[in-house]
Design a protein around this ligand. Structure first.
Ligand SMILES: [Zn+2]
Length: 623
C-alpha cells in the first residue's frame, strides 16, 4: 500500500542505466518529444499554492489522535484524510523532482524538492501516533469496523497487514529506543559509501592506446569492456589490488552492517535475518532458498554460456577478465524515435489494442521526455506516482537498439502503473518492489522475440541473442550468486562467527568459483579478483538483490505463455498489471499463473536460455 509515512518509498522510481549521450539545448527540440508537466500543475506558482495549502491542511492530523478506536467512522475519516494528503504529496513531489530532472543545474528546483521533503518530515512526526494507535484496537473490533463501514473496505488489506506484522512490533517505549538507534545503525552503509565513492585512492592506469583511466567504480566498469586483453588484465589487477589493500576496512563496515540486520531481527523476535527481511512483503523464505537451489542445480547451463563466450572470443582459456568485452562486433542498428516507437508498438501487439492504445497515448500526449538535453538527468526511468494524472517516462534516446529496448522496458513500468492506478483505489494502487521489474522485463522479452522473428541476418541475430544471454547472466546468475553470499554471511553472524575482510574474501571466492566453474576449468578466477565483494554496494541493502532474479524468471514465464498464445494468458497478464498492491506479491503472481514457490518459472527460464544457446551454436557452426 502506498502510505504517507513511507512516501520516500512510494516515490522510488525505476531506473535503467544508459550510456551518456550527446546533449542539445532544450529549445531546439520539438515540444512533442518533451514532457507536458502542466498535466500536474499549471505553473510553478500553482505548485507553490498547492504546497502551501497542503502544509496548512496537514496539521489537522492531530485532531484524530486518541480517537481512532472510538468508532469506525473516526478510523475511516482519519485514513481518508491521510490517503488524500498522501496522494497530493506524491503529485507535488512528482512535479518538483521531474522539473528538476529536466535541468539538474537549476537551484530553484532543488529547493522545491527540499521544501516538500521538509513538509513531509514534519507531517511524519505528527502522524507517528497512527500505527501504534491502530494496533491498540483489537482484531475483532477492526473486523467489526470494516463490516460496519463500507468505506473501510479499501483499507482492509492495510489494516490486516498491520495486524500480521503486529507480533514483531514492540512497546511504544521500545520502538522509540529502536528509532533512536537509527542514528547509529545507518553508519556502516554511510562509511562504506564515503570510502568507496570518495576517499579510496583509486589507481590510474595507462591503456595500450595511451589513454589514462582512473579506476574508480565507474572507470573500472567502463575499462573492463576493453577489447584488448592486456588492458583488461591491467584494469582488473590494479582495481582489485586497491580493494584488497582496504579490505580490512571494507570487512569491518560490512560486518557491522550484517550485525545491524541481526540486531534488528533479534530485537523484533524473528527467527533469523532472512525471515525479518522477507516479512515486509510476506514473501515465504522458501522462495529465497529455492532460488539458490534452482540456480545451483542449473550451473551447467551457465557453463554452457561461458563456453560459448570463450568460443566467440577465440580464447583457449576463459578468465574472469573476459566477461565484459563484446563477443560480437556491435551491429550498428539505428532507429529514430519514430522507427523505435513503431517497433515497440508492433512487438507489444500480442497484449491487445487497449494496451497498445495506451502506449500510443503516452507517445502522443507528451508523457515521455525523449532526448538528452544539457543538464538533464542521465539514464531512464518511469514514475507512476501521480495517481490522478498519468505516468511519466524519462529517456535519453540516442537512436540505438539499446534505447529501443530501454523504451520498451520503461513502458512496461508505465503500463503497470497506469493500469493499477486506473483499476485500484488509491490505497491499493502501489505495487511492491518484489513485482516491480516483472512488467518491464516482460516487455523486453516480447521485444526480443519480435526482433528475432523479423531479422534474418546472422550477425545481427547473434548480437541480439548474446545480449539476451548477457542479460540472464547479469540478472539471474550473478544476482543469485550475490544472494547466496548474502545468505551465507548472515548465517555466519547469526552463528556468532566473526567476519573479517579476509574471511569475506574466502567465502566469496568459494561461491564465485562454484558459479563460474573455476575448478572445472570453465572460467578461471584469480585470487586477487575474489575481493570483488568489496565493490558491490548491494550487500548493504538487506536481502534485496534476489528480487532481480525472481522478477526475471517470473516475467520469462509470463512472456512465454503470451508468446505461445496460451489461452487466457494475455487476460491474466492484464489482470496482473492492474492489481497494484491489492494483495501480497506472491498471491498476485500466482493469480497471473506464476507460482514463485515452485521451480517452474525458473525451469521455463532455463529452457528458453538453452533454446537461445542452441540457436547461437547453430549460427557459429555455419561460420
Ligand atoms: Zn526497471
Amino acid at each position: 500500500m502506498r502510505w504517507i509515512l513511507g512516501v520516500t518509498m512510494a516515490v522510488t522510481m525505476f531506473f535503467s542505466s544508459a550510456p551518456a549521450a550527446e546533449s542539445e539545448s532544450r529549445e531546439k527540440i520539438d515540444d512533442k518529444y518533451k514532457w507536458d508537466l502542466t498535466d500536474l500543475y499549471e505553473s510553478d506558482e500553482a505548485w507553490e499554492a498547492a504546497l502551501d495549502r497542503l502544509d496548512k491542511d496537514k496539521d489537522e492530523i492531530v485532531k484524530f489522535k486518541g480517537e481512532l478506536g472510538l468508532s469506525s467512522s473516526n478510523l475511516l475519516d482519519c485514513l481518508e484524510f491521510i490517503s488524500g494528503l498522501d496522494k497530493e504529496f506524491s503529485r507535488l513531489y512528482t512535479y518538483a523532482s521531474q522539473i528538476s530532472d529536466l535541468d539538474t543545474r537549476v537551484s530553484k528546483y532543488q529547493a522545491m524538492k527540499q521544501r516538500i521533503q521538509q513538509v513531509l518530515t514534519d507531517f511524519g512526526s505528527r502522524a507517528a501516533f497512527l500505527e501504534p494507535e491502530i494496533l491498540k484496537i483489537d482484531r475483532a473490533r477492526i473486523d467489526d469496523f470494516i463490516a460496519a463501514e463500507k468505506g473501510l473496505e479499501v483499507y482492509d488489506f492495510y489494516l490486516h497487514d498491520l495486524q500480521r506484522k503486529h507480533e514483531h512490533r514492540l512497546s511504544e517505549k521500545e520502538e522509540k529506543i529502536l528509532a533512536r538507534a537509527g542514528l547509529i545503525t545507518g553508519a556502516p552503509q554511510n562509511i562504506y559509501g564515503i570510502l568507496a565513492n570518495a576517499d579510496l585512492p583509486y589507481p590510474e592506469v595507462t591503456l595500450s592506446d595511451g589513454t589514462k583511466v582512473t579506476l574508480n567504480s565507474a572507470g573500472y566498469a567502463r575499462a573492463r569492456t576493453s577489447t584488448d586483453r592486456d588492458d583488461r588484465r591491467l584494469v582488473f589487477d590494479e582495481f582489485f589490488k586497491t580493494l584488497k589493500q582496504y579490505r580490512g576496512t571494507f570487512g569491518a563496515t560490512l560486518s557491522a552492517q550484517i550485525k545491524k540486520d541481526l540486531f534488528s531481527s533479534q530485537t523484533r523476535g524473528y527467527k533469523d535475518c532472512l525471515s525479518a527481511a522477507l516479512d515486509r512483503n510476506n514473501i515465504p523464505t522458501e522462495v529465497y532458498y529455492s532460488l539458490i537451489k534452482n540456480v545451483t542445480d542449473n550451473l551447467d547451463s551457465f557453463h554452457r554460456y561461458l563456453n560459448i563466450k570463450k568460443r566467440m572470443l577465440g580464447l583457449d582459456r576463459l578468465e574472469y577478465i573476459d566477461l565484459y568485452t563484446p563477443t560480437v562486433k556491435s551491429v550498428d542498428l539505428e532507429y529514430s524515435m519514430e522507427e523505435g516507437s513503431k517497433i515497440v508498438l508492433e512487438a507489444l501487439a500480442p497484449l491487445g489494442a487497449d494496451y497498445t492504445g495506451t502506449i500510443r497515448e503516452a507517445m502522443e500526449n507528451r508523457w515521455i521526455d525523449v532526448y538528452p538535453t544539457s543538464g538533464k538527468r542521465s539514464g531512464a526511468y518511469s514514475s507512476g506516482n501521480a495517481y490522478d494524472v498519468h505516468p511519466y517516462i524519462l529517456l535519453n534516446y540516442n537512436d540505438t537498439y539499446s534505447d529501443v529496448s530501454t523504451m520498451a522496458h520503461e513502458l512496461g513500468h508505465t503500463m503497470h502503473s497506469y493500469y493499477s492506478n486506473k483499476t485500484q483505489p488509491y490505497p491499493l494502487a502501489d505495487y511492491s518492489i518484489f513485482v516491480a521489474e516483472v512488467a518491464s522485463t516482460f516487455n523486453e522479452a516480447l521485444l526480443i522475440d519480435y526482433m528475432l522473428k523479423k531479422l534474418d541476418d546472422d550477425e545481427t541475430r547473434l548480437s541480439l541473442l548474446m545480449e539476451y544471454l548477457d542479460g540472464i547472466k547479469g540478472t539471474v546468475f550473478r544476482q543469485t550468486q550475490f544472494a547466496e553470499f548474502e545468505l551465507r554471511i548472515h548465517e555466519m553472524v547469526e552463528n556468532g562467527d566473526a567476519l573479517t575482510g579476509e574471511k569475506l574474501t574466502e567465502i566469496y571466492a568459494e561461491i564465485v568459483r562454484k558459479y563460474y566453474g573455476h575448478d572445472k576449468g570453465v572460467c578461471l578466477i584469480n585470487d586477487l579478483y575474489t575481493n570483488e565483494w568489496a565493490y558491490i554496494p548491494h550487500f548493504y541493502y538487506n536481502y534485496y538483490v534476489y528480487q532481480y532474479s525472481t522478477s526475471f524468471c517470473a516475467s520469462t514465464a509470463l512472456a512465454e505463455k503470451v508468446i505461445n498464445n496460451e489461452p487466457g494468458a494475455k487476460a491474466k497478464f492484464m489482470e496482473f498489471i492492474s492489481a497494484g498492491g491489492s494483495d501480497y506479491p506472491i498471491t498476485i503472481l500466482k493469480n497471473a499463473g506464476v507460482d514463485m514457490t515452485t521451480a517452474d518459472p525458473f525451469n521455463k527460464t532455463m529452457e528458453k536460455m538453452n533454446r537461445v544457446m542452441d540457436e547461437i551454436e547453430k549460427i557459429l557452426d555455419k561460420k
